[in-house]
Structures are given as structure tokens and as C-alpha cells.
Design a protein around this ligand. Structure first.
Ligand SMILES: Cc1cc2nc3c(=O)[nH]c(=O)nc-3n(C[C@H](O)[C@H](O)[C@H](O)COP(=O)(O)O)c2cc1C
Length: 209
């Protein structure tokens, strides 16, 4: 079984979402024998923004420059890693109400028509529905439905939509909320989210052992 672990936080050792994604991966490593793991730090080694040259090459044009050829190769590697994975764990911090731009750049490389979704007479069909996807989220504030900031939540809602679009219906979310509210709340959120990561079931939808 293959696991792809992605981290996007720019905060290195101080990152909450990195701590949580590492805890989730550690838990799955214990519950799933022979896990074949790939790690991609998209903050340390970001993919570049999509360009017109990239799209032209994806539609059959011969890449003109070494930079475009390198970009196409990096994009293909990111997509192949994603397609090969049975389980994907994504550490996703909230920056300015949504995902970091590095994570958007990665998403731009994996949402590819004919690979992870297709349009048919029935509408959009996700092609990546066989994957288990776990997202570890960290937010400075609170964005629950009953909070004044609810309408500003574009991290979890966005990721639910994106992964749902490519067929992943049961996105698993582990969240630490209010981590910038104060040290007590940060500790409480971290303890709760780490416990959730440590209780992940071996198989999606099962009860934890
Ligand atoms: C550049 C930046 C922007 C942020 N924007 C928001 C925000 O819009 N809303 C929020 O609740 N917290 C925000 N925060 C707080 C982070 O969500 C919080 O620190 C979280 O732990 C970040 O995840 P990380 O620790 O894995 O990087 C921001 C933090 C940074 C560094």
C-alpha cells in the first residue's frame, strides 16, 4: 500500500499542521503493514504556478525551453505520485482564510482532465475515488457554522470541494482550531487533534482499534 504525505506549512518546526500530518502518518505506519511512503514538502520545494506554456505543452505543443521541459517533468512527477497513492495525507494550514499558494500550485498539477476527473454526458466524473485522503488542518481562529467568521472559511470547504470533484467523497479532516487565540486554546486544540490523529482507523470508515 502506498502513502503520499504532503506538507505545505511555511512555519517549519513551529507548524501545527506539520505536527498533525506527521502524527497521522505515524499512526497509519503502525496500523498498516508494509506502507510504502513518499514525502513531498511543497513549501521547501514548491511547484511553480501554471503557465500558458505549460498548458500548451499539456495539449501537445513541443516545450520550447529547458525551463518549460523541467516544469512539465515536475508536474508529471507530482501527478504520478498522487495517482499511485492509496492513501494521501495533506498538512494544510490556513493562510488568509484559505490554503497556502504552494498547496494551490500542487492542486493545479493534480486536477487534470482525463487523469483525476473527466467530463461526460452525466457531468463531471471523479477518477480518484479509490483513494483515502486525510487532511490535517490548522487555523488561527474559529470558523464553525455558529461563528461570525463562518463565511470566511475557504480552507476546509475548498479542500472538501476539490477532493470531492475528483471523486474522494469521504475526506477525513483532523483540525486544530483557534491556535492563535492564546496558549491554552492552542494546547487544547493540539492535544485534541493529536488524539484524533492517533486514533485514525486502519481503514477509512472503520472504528479505531
Ligand atoms: C501568513 C499567515 C496567514 C494567516 N492567516 C490566517 C487566517 O486568515 N485565519 C486564521 O484563522 N489564521 C490565520 N493564520 C494563523 C494560522 O492559521 C495558524 O498559525 C496555523 O497554525 C497555521 O498552520 P501551520 O502552523 O501549520 O503553519 C495565519 C498565519 C500565517 C503565518
Amino acid at each position: 500500500m502506498k502513502l503520499l504525505h504532503i506538507d505545505a506549512s511555511i512555519l517549519g518546526g513551529n507548524s501545527v499542521s506539520r505536527q498533525l500530518s506527521a502524527a497521522a502518518v505515524e499512526r497509519l505506519r503502525k496500523t498498516t503493514p508494509d506502507l510504502d511512503m513518499t514525502y513531498r514538502d511543497i513549501s521547501a520545494t514548491p511547484l511553480s504556478h501554471l503557465t500558458g506554456e505549460h498548458l500548451a505543452a499539456a495539449h501537445g505543443a513541443t516545450p520550447e525551453t529547458p525551463a518549460v521541459r523541467e516544469d512539465i517533468a515536475a508536474s508529471a512527477a507530482a501527478l504520478d505520485e498522487f495517482l499511485a497513492a492509496d492513501i494521501v495525507v495533506v498538512g494544510a494550514p490556513m493562510y488568509n482564510f484559505t490554503i497556502p499558494s504552494q498547496l494551490k500550485a500542487w492542486i493545479d498539477r493534480i486536477l487534470v482532465a482525463g487523469k483525476t476527473f473527466k467530463y461526460s454526458e452525466k457531468g463531471v466524473e471523479g477518477l480518484a475515488g479509490n483513494k483515502r485522503v486525510i487532511v490535517t488542518i490548522s487555523r488561527g481562529g474559529f470558523y464553525g457554522a455558529d461563528t461570525p467568521a463562518a463565511a470566511g472559511e475557504h480552507l476546509e470547504t475548498y479542500l472538501r470541494w476539490v477532493f470531492g470533484f475528483i471523486g474522494v467523497k469521504d475526506l477525513e479532516i483532523i483540525a486544530a482550531d483557534g491556535v492563535q487565540v492564546g496558549p491554552d486554546q492552542r494546547e487544547k486544540a493540539l492535544v485534541g487533534a493529536l488524539a484524533a490523529a492517533g486514533a485514525l482507523p486502519a481503514v477509512s470508515g472503520q472504528r479505531a482499534a
